[in-house]
Design a protein around this ligand. Sequence first.
Ligand code: DHB
Ligand code: FE
Length: 260
Amino acid sequence: AADPRLKQILAVLTKHLHAAIKEIEPTQDEWFAAIKFLTDTGHMCNSWRQEFILLSDVLGVTMLVDSINHRRPSGATPNTILGPFYVEGSPHYRNGENICLDGKGEPALVRGRVVDVQGRPVAGATVEVWQTNNDGFYDVQQKGIQPENNLRGTFSSEVDGSYWFQTVKPRYYPIPYDGPVGKMLQAVDRHPNRAAHLHFIVSAPGYERVITHIFTPDCPYLAEDAVFGVKRDLVATFDKVDDQHLATEYGMPSPFLLVN
Ligand code: DHB
Ligand code: FE
């Protein structure tokens, strides 16, 4: 049976692709290079590397699709990119525990609150976090080098919605750039770096899930994130803490607002 939605999609894509080709006027060689690029991109896809997602990310399409599908009431915490390094079922920690298992980097305390859009605390919300180590790699990129589950964990919000944990200050790091997408970025003089961030998924029964980051305010790539994931509301405050073990503190710029 014919699929009317697919028919519509193909018609729109064809219209805009033809318009692009008319404007670009590619040579035969350029068009073959384009087909080769897509072929190479497909060949770079396997269980741990999805080069097409990377392509979607660096072209800003991932963020665009997300913004269409996750319109939030004003004041609610915005979503941003999930990225390829989320692992379901990370270890459970109690509030205050340390997720940094390799001891490298600048110690940091992260704390925030989970509240609903009316500002009421959400107790028992699941707060999943993950970030790179101080060398700019996720644990899953360095199996056997980093401790397993380094810098990822699952927390639960307290009765007042609060959660807090110890970690290290995130650093900027490059998205994988040893493939066709990396070559493309190089060819147009674009750097592969993501603004330093800490990933969050905050969820609670009966509420819309928030997939987001907090960004460090002083990262040199804050204004030019390789995958366009930065939103103003996601840039955290950053204060010194008067404790010899906790040099810095990150507070969520605003509480996580879950939509019900
Ligand atoms: C992330 C990494 C990527 O390689 C990407 O394309 C998008 C996001 C990340 O970990 O945040
Ligand atoms: Fe990341």
